[in-house]
Design a protein around this ligand. Structure first.
Ligand code: GLA
Length: 419
């Protein structure tokens, strides 16, 4: 993903790299700020956001760093170290291609275009442009690279234009709109919420009923553990081209069928009662077995969610891991959103002593799996992946990676850091 760039694993290395990129491409960001946005790791309910469930997750330390400074014009100039072949992306504010234009589908520039488009559409007066250089080490697929980039660009463009937004949730809505309306990805809000609100060492609990956020610290005495992301080295096309879109459609279809038969249901998360769940299964499973399987996953995952929260609060990370594993089996067999490479990663780490749970992450099909791992088992996990993955998946022997992550703040601003 990075061409000839040296991999970056901490802030100092990122600042050095951004400084070098700025000099090489004549971007004036000296004395400006660096905004760092994280990746995220969801502990539940995966695929629950567009089905109306509560959500829980943490920010993780794979980031996008963007150095930026107002350039005194109405033009944007951005250079991404991840996509050097695209050169400097340059445009006048307000003059961007139409949403989902064919010419932009493969270019990273669709993100700054989309941010400009959505902010102006929402009525924000965006007249001041900036120069920026950016670089990210978030693996593609599973850790929310696109939401991290979108949030970074939105917050930076608002900052340069001295616009404050009172409601945090408005930022989440804007970021989702960039992806839904401009880029054409049918994502929900899980990624944006888990990155924007993330706080070091804490879990973020979102309740869609009142759109509230609660921070939940891990209970005392928890076993020392790590969050591990297992990048399969596969390239995932956008969600719009994946099983994700089909699954969303199936969930909506079932909600429509239930409503038509008189059920008082707005989303699949409304099916909470055991008797209701069984009644629906009895009535619909012969005719709509696939749709009922989707509901089965959401129903059980939603029940497990509250157990997982209690376990997290009690510091029972072994139980959190076991639930994570059960969710993974539901995502594989009932929701059927996993993929062969993702499952290879799960199979490889499942039997390693000290792995508490593992499953596919995020949108599905391809990308990354994840695991909750006792700290003393990290080396065993690395070894299992190193020896097993290239043998099982020789086509991806080059691109796979194991990322051992810490819980971090989602959004951090650094002043004057560039060398
Ligand atoms: C992707 C989407 C999110 C969410 C997850 C699955 O990451 O962008 O909105 O639906 O998949 O939990």
């Amino acid at each position: 993903m990075t061409g000839d760039l040296t991999p970056v694993s901490n802030d100092t290395q990122a600042f050095d790299l951004l400084g070098r990129l700025a000099r090489e491409h004549q971007m004036d960001v000296h004395g400006g700020q660096v905004r760092r946005t994280s990746s995220r790791f969801c502990l539940g309910v995966e695929h629950g956001d567009y089905n109306g469930t509560e959500l829980f997750g943490v920010g993780t330390d794979r980031f996008i760093w963007m150095a930026y400074k107002a350039n005194g014009t109405d033009r944007m100039r951005l250079f991404s170290g991840n996509f050097p072949d695209e050169g400097v992306v340059e445009f006048t504010l307000g003059d961007v291609p139409n949403p989902q234009s064919p010419g932009i589908a493969e270019r990273w520039a669709r993100f700054p275009f989309g941010v400009n488009f959505v902010l102006r559409r929402a009525g924000y007066e965006i007249a001041r442009g900036f120069d920026a250089v950016l670089y990210g080490n978030i693996p593609g697929g599973g850790m929310s690279r696109s939401a991290s980039l979108t949030l970074n660009l939105i917050l930076s463009l608002l900052d340069v234009n001295k616009i404050g937004v009172d409601e945090d949730m408005a930022i989440i809505d804007l970021a989702q709109a960039v992806e839904n309306d401009y880029i054409g990805s049918p994502c929900g809000q899980l990624d944006q919420i888990m990155i924007y609100f993330a706080k070091e060492g804490m879990g973020t609990h979102y309740n869609p009923a009142d759109r509230s956020i609660k921070y939940v610290s891990l209970g005392a005495g928890a076993t020392d553990f790590r969050i591990v992301s297992l990048d399969t080295g596969t390239v995932r096309p956008g969600l719009e081209k994946s099983t994700y879109k089909l699954r969303r459609g199936q969930c909506e279809e079932l909600v429509g069928l239930l409503k038509a038969r008189g059920y008082d249901i707005g989303c699949l998360a409304d099916v909470r009662e055991e008797t209701l769940f069984h009644k629906i299964q009895d009535e619909f499973s012969a005719e709509y077995p696939q749709l009922c399987r989707r509901l089965t996953y959401i129903y059980h995952a939603q029940n497990r969610f509250y157990e997982m929260l209690d376990a997290w609060k009690a510091g029972d990370i072994e139980r959190v891991g076991a639930i994570f594993r059960a969710d993974g089996i539901g995502l594989r067999d009932e929701y059927q959103i996993s993929g062969p490479e993702l499952e290879t990663m799960c199979d490889l780490v499942r039997t390693v002593e000290g792995v508490l749970g593992e499953r596919m992450l995020g949108g599905g099909d391809r990308g990354a799996s994840g695991a909750l791992v006792r700290a003393d088992a990290v080396e065993g996990v690395r070894a299992a992946v190193e020896s097993g993955y290239p043998r099982s998946r020789p086509d991806h022997a080059e691109g796979y990676a194991t990322h051992v992550c810490k819980m971090v703040d989602g959004v951090t601003l650094f002043k004057n850091q560039l060398p």
